[in-house]
Every structure is written in structure tokens, then in C-alpha cells.
Design a protein around this ligand. Structure first.
Ligand SMILES: NC(=O)c1ccc[n+]([C@@H]2O[C@H](COP(=O)([O-])OP(=O)(O)OC[C@H]3O[C@@H](n4cnc5c(N)ncnc54)[C@H](O)[C@@H]3O)[C@@H](O)[C@H]2O)c1
Ligand SMILES: [Zn+2]
Ligand SMILES: [Zn+2]
Length: 385
């Protein structure tokens, strides 16, 4: 089969690989119909995640058609059209039973920190991803959700990661009706956090970024007010002034470890790697949010220590919540928002490309070129284009 293959930082190629096989009775093999490129893939692409191995295939957001079914699989049949959560979960361990699917104890048992994830580094189990013609899906009775006939692959694909992730970001903010929510980041996750803030009753949504086309897109797609942090003297003061001097009720970090905007954090987190990424946005969120407010962190950070103002958070009586998305928990509910027309999920896609053009797709998304908001690859449909 054809598959994306990692060769080293900023070097991906589309190569021929062996087709995946059933390795366990609970596996299925999917032929991939659509595979997204995620902001989390960019951390891999730039060589920032430990143990990202040469030859690995990325891709943790995908839809596909069931081609082969392991002998123990009960819920799926050949020909079923499915969307699969990015985290691999067993469905029966202590954590899965509590809907903490991102903390599954069985899909990456050698790690205390992360469950198995498709197409991520070997720290998350080393499972090959779906930016390929075929992918093996373990625990196939647990993750995959059948896509109803009236829902397109493009809409369903958004349920594999970014819509649930943005939604969990907003949910962890515990937004009360009418509250003001600031979302840092207007990438795909930030955009879905903004949409979800409205769904959860926000009265005002303010989006922060420094890429103008993304701020323009946020105003149109999520109806948020926007602030370019490079155009104001001090983003924390600006957000306080916009909220009567008190500060927003909820701040959501949808940026994570590659944040711009602070020379110190960029030096500590990106250049010298003395901390697990640039913790710029966590600091801004803690400083800007009102006393007694909520900070929700959905952007990814590395596990080593990070310089964050925990004393400020403590003294302001803040609630901090954070985590990897428990995708499976949200899929059915968010599917209904799509079906009932409340959320145009695929409206976020700016570029649709054949698998062969994956390296260009990465370059465009990483370089924020050509108005890129989301790239989707179609291994089957346009494979020879
Ligand atoms: N927790 C989870 O389960 C989960 C799942 C998916 C993605 N993520 C993470 O969410 C983050 C966002 O993902 P994405 O796909 O939207 O990525 P992205 O890279 O497309 O978007 C990030 C955006 O943040 C902006 N930005 C940079 N510095 C900023 C700052 N200081 N303030 C405000 N905005 C700033 C960038 O310009 C960019 O538009 C990534 O860290 C990704 O790894 C987490
Ligand atoms: Zn992702
Ligand atoms: Zn489990």
C-alpha cells in the first residue's frame, strides 16, 4: 500500500509499505477514505516529540471502510463505514470503565502517561497511523463508530479528534450561561472550542491568535470577537479591559507547546527544551482569567516540568482542568449536533488533497500558507492523482 513515512524533521515521503494484517482477534483492517492532518501531527513533523521513529506513518484522524474483520469482533462487518477516535482504548480497564478513554491502561501498558494513539510517536505505543491506504484498528468493538448514511465522511472525520477535543476544552471550562470565554488559538481545535463554547451557553466568545487569516476565519466561522495578540501592548491587560477590568470567566488554551509570543518561554521550551514546551498561553490564561474563574488546557505539553504561575492560580482561587480528549465519550452527542445542522463541521476544511500530496499538505498547514485551516487527505478517492 501507499503510506506517508516520516524520514526526519520536516521530511515526509509517500512510500510503498506492506499492507497491515490482522494481528489480534479483535482487530479490523480499514481501507482509509479520509485522513486529517492535525496540529498534533505538526509537533511530530517538527521533531518535537520523543521517540518518533523513521519510517513511522502518521495520521490519527480517519474514516474508513471495514475490509477485514478479526474473528472476535462482534460489532463490525466488512463494508461498514466508520470513524475512529484517535485514542486506542480497550473498553474494559479501570479507566475505560470511567469514560477516561484517553487513559486506557491496556493500549500502551508500558507508559504511565499516555494510552495508545494511532500514528503518534512510540511513546504512545508506536501504532501505525492512517495517512495510508489501509490501517489496522485494534480493540475494534470499542472505538469505531458507524457513520449514518446521511452523514458525509468529511463531517464524520471531525469527530475523530478536533471537534470532541474543542468540545472537551469548553466543557472543562464549566461555562455558565452568559459567561465570557476566551479561547487562545484559532487552529482547528481552537475553532471547535469556540463553537462549543456557544453550544454550552457562553454569552461572549473572544478568540486570540496572531495569524490574521485565522482570526478572519474565526469571526466568520464561529462568530467570535477576535484579538491579534501582536497588535496589542499586553494581551492580559487587553482581555481585562474588554471584560470591564475583571477578566473573562473562562480561558481555554487551544495552542499548547508551540506557542508564540514569549521569548523566555520559546527559549526554555523550544530552543533549550528545559521545559516541556512554551508554556506561554497557560501563563496568559491564568493572569487574564477573573478571580475564581476556570482555566482549561487542551493544547498539548510535554510531561517534564513547566514554568507556570501556580501561585497566582492558587491565590486567585482558580480551577485548572486539562487533559487529552476522551473522544469516544463525545462522539454520539456531537454527531447529533452535526446531523441537526447546528455545527457545519466540514466547513473548517480548507484543503482536500490526494495522499500523494501529503508532504505539501504538511508544509502548507505547518507554514500557515494559502489560508490553510485544515488539510484532509483522501487515500482511496484520488490516490493516483
Ligand atoms: N488534548 C488533546 O486531546 C488534543 C487533541 C488534538 C490536538 N491537541 C492540541 O491542541 C493544540 C492545537 O491544535 P490545532 O490543530 O488547532 O493546531 P494549530 O497549530 O493549527 O493551531 C494553533 C494556533 O495557535 C496559534 N498561536 C500560537 N501562539 C499563540 C498564542 N500565544 N496565543 C494564541 N494563539 C497562538 C497559532 O497561530 C495557530 O493558529 C495543539 O497543541 C494540539 O497538539 C490536543
Ligand atoms: Zn489530533
Ligand atoms: Zn482501557
Amino acid at each position: 500500500m501507499k503510506a506517508v513515512s516520516y524520514r526526519g524533521p520536516a521530511d515526509l515521503r509517500v512510500v510503498r509499505k506492506d499492507d497491515p494484517r490482522i494481528e489480534h482477534p479483535n482487530d479490523v483492517i480499514l481501507s482509509v477514505t479520509a485522513a486529517g492532518i492535525c496540529g498534533s501531527d505538526l509537533h511530530l513533523y517538527r521533531g518535537l516529540i520523543p521517540d518518533t521513529r523513521v519510517g513511522h506513518t502518521f495520521g490519527h484522524e480517519f474514516t474508513g471502510i471495514v475490509e477485514e474483520v478479526g474473528p472476535s469482533v462482534r460489532n463490525l462487518r466488512r463494508g461498514d463505514r466508520v470513524v475512529v477516535p484517535f485514542n486506542i482504548s480497550c473498553g474494559s480497564c479501570y479507566f475505560c470503565q470511567r469514560d477516561l478513554f484517553s487513559q486506557c491502561a491496556n493500549s500502551n501498558p508500558n507508559s504511565e502517561l499516555a494510552c495508545g494513539v494511532f500514528g503518534y510517536s512510540h511513546t504512545t505505543g508506536g501504532y501505525d497511523g492512517a495517512q495510508a491506504e489501509y490501517v489496522r484498528v485494534p480493540f475494534a468493538d470499542v472505538g469505531p463508530m458507524k457513520i449514518p448514511d446521511d452523514v458525509s465522511d468529511d463531517d464524520a472525520l471531525m469527530l475523530a479528534d478536533i471537534f470532541p477535543t474543542g468540545y472537551q476544552g469548553a466543557e472543562m471550562g464549566e461555562i455558565k450561561p452568559g459567561e465570557t470565554v476566551v479561547v487562545f488559538g484559532c487552529g482547528p481545535v481552537g475553532l471547535f472550542a469556540q463553537k462549543s463554547a456557544w453550544l454550552l451557553g457562553a454569552g461572549r466568545v473572544i478568540a486570540v491568535d496572531h495569524v490574521d487569516y485565522r482570526l478572519d476565519f474565526a469571526r466568520e466561522y464561529t462568530c467570535a470577537e477576535t484579538v491579534n495578540f501582536r497588535e496589542v501592548d499586553d494581551i492580559v491587560m487587553c482581555l481585562k479591559e474588554m471584560t470591564g477590568g475583571i477578566g473573562p470567566d473562562v480561558c481555554i488554551d487551544a495552542v499548547g507547546l508551540e506557542a508564540d509570543g514569549s521569548t523566555m518561554h520559546t527559549f526554555l521550551g523550544m530552543r533549550t527544551k528545559l521545559q516541556g514546551g512554551a508554556a506561554t498561553v497557560i501563563g496568559w490564561a491564568i493572569d487574564a482569567v477573573r478571580k475564581g474563574g476556570n482555566v482549561s488546557i487542551i493544547g498539548v505539553y510535554g510531561p517534564p516540568w513547566n514554568l507556570i504561575p501556580i501561585g497566582t492560580a492558587m491565590n486567585k482561587n482558580l480551577t485548572l482542568r486539562m487533559g487529552q480528549c476522551n473522544v469516544k465519550r463525545y462522539m454520539p452527542h456531537l454527531l447529533e449536533h452535526i446531523r441537526e445542522g447546528r455545527v457545519d463541521a466540514q466547513g473548517i476544511i480548507s484543503h482536500r488533497l490526494p495522499l500523494d500530496l501529503a508532504p505539501e499538505g504538511y508544509r502548507m498547514f505547518a507554514g500557515k500558507q494559502d489560508g490553510c485551516t485544515k488539510v484532509v487527505l483522501y487515500p482511496g478517492r484520488m490516490a493516483e492523482a
